[in-house]
Design a protein around this ligand. Structure first.
Ligand code: ZN
Length: 418
């Protein structure tokens, strides 16, 4: 009886896996430069001084330890939850309704993880302050961290309670409603993110009337991207780093620039916004959300298959039992950690396409290079990450790669680039 359930779920899992690989393979812009454009080799030494390179290396070395330790802690906790009966045993001691026991199990895991990673977070924050990147006090830092914790806990708690409830109702078929639910929830969260989550962390105001606003909106108009407004986030309450982004889709789509960005020369701001217009034009957020939603459906299906395979080992009688709560949290956490490198790989190509768009729209590779240099120096970006760092953390091409791309583009279009 149970085997039939597994077989259907395994077929569903394989089908979703093939669909995701096909969609990603066919829609990722693997090559963004026009055919025939000569490749320019990225070279940090060409654009960055020895002192800038040394500073970036030192910052990278200082942040590596707390970053890797935090990642290691997350991996160890997830491994314990999916490979040992510890979680089920602890939940087994609780009394009360099943959903309350499950909730306590989830909250317990999150609290332990938060407590262990807290000093690592303080360590990281101290490095940011040493390098002048953070403008936070310990009070605002703590508030941010707790807000983040609450959001993650809330999402995870809802997910676990819903999965266990579905598993109680349809023990052999719950992966079907769970997959549909995960798909829908991912879509809804991404759509609502700009109006529900972002305001928890920042205040947003329209870019004030003036020359800059007029030229940015004119550029969007020229680009054929409907933009009513450019929003400014009060990022300076947290960081000195420079950034801009697009979030949401449809009615919630918005282009946001950090207030820190407003001090850089206007042509560079225009180039950064031109990159964001590239994301808007190709609907990268919507597209990424759809792929993410397919991934979430795949994940729900995988929870059924892998969860059932690991049940005995972790002392969980059935996935409809509250004892399954910590196993489910561990599996989701592991899946999130393992899917990061694939997401980064795709993201880097999508960022490359947005860069190419910015170059086409502004036809100004020289300012593009100046902007990338400025951004990398201000944000102390890693100019030559190790292969492991690149795979784990680089959602964008490195600054030298982006500069090299602009030089290729310039050469191809007969433009001199410094
Ligand atoms: Zn981008």
């Amino acid at each position: 009886m149970e085997r039939t359930g597994m077989k259907a779920a395994a077929i569903g899992l394989a089908g979703l896996g093939v669909a995701i690989v096909a969609v990603v393979a066919l829609t990722t812009p693997w090559r963004v430069l026009p055919a025939g454009a000569a490749e320019v080799t990225p070279d940090p030494v060409r654009d960055f001084g020895a002192a800038q390179i040394a500073r970036a290396d030192a910052f990278d070395a200082a942040t590596s330890a707390p970053s890797y330790l935090s990642l290691g802690v997350s991996l160890v906790i997830a491994a314990v939850l999916v490979a040992t009966p510890l979680g089920a045993r602890l939940i087994g001691r609780l009394k009360g309704p099943w959903w309350l026991r499950a909730l306590i199990g989830v909250a317990g895991v999150y609290l332990v993880s938060l407590a262990i990673r807290w000093p690592l977070g303080m360590w990281f924050e101290t490095v940011l302050r040493d390098y002048g990147l953070s403008t936070q006090t310990w009070g605002t830092w703590t508030a941010d961290r707790l807000k983040n914790f609450a959001l993650q806990l809330l999402l995870s708690a809802v997910m676990v309670v819903v999965v266990i409830a579905l598993a109680r109702r349809w023990p052999r078929r719950w992966w079907i409603p769970a997959s549909i639910g995960a798909f829908t929830l991912t879509l809804a969260l991404s759509f609502l993110y700009p109006i529900v989550v972002e305001p928890v962390f920042n205040d947003f105001t329209p870019l004030p009337q003036g020359q800059l606003r007029a030229s940015l909106l004119a550029m969007a108009d020229r680009d054929g991207v409907p933009v009513d407004d450019v929003l400014v986030a009060d990022a300076s309450r947290r960081t000195t780093a420079l950034n801009a982004y697009v979030s949401g889709f449809g009615a919630t789509r918005r282009i946001v620039v950090y207030d820190t960005l407003l001090e850089v020369p206007e042509p560079e701001i225009e180039l950064i916004v031109a990159h964001e217009l590239g994301h808007a034009k190709t609907d990268d957020v919507l597209h990424g959300t759809l792929v993410g939603a397919l991934g979430a459906a795949f994940g729900a299906c995988a929870l059924f298959v892998v969860g059932n395979l690991l049940r005995r080992r972790t002392g969980v009688p059935s996935l409809g039992d509250p004892k399954a709560a910590t196993l489910l949290v561990g599996l989701v956490s592991l899946a999130t950690l393992l899917s990061g490198p694939a997401q980064n790989l795709v993201s880097r190509h999508i960022e490359g396409r947005a860069d190419a768009h910015a170059l086409q729209l502004t036809e100004d590779p020289a300012t593009f290079v100046a902007m990338q240099r400025n951004l990398a120096v201000r944000n102390i970006s890693d100019l030559s990450p190790t292969p492991l760092e690149y795979v784990l953390y680089s959602s964008h091409p490195t600054a030298p790669q982006r500069i090299a791309m602009a030089r290729s583009w310039g050469l191809f279009h007969g433009q001199r680039v410094p």
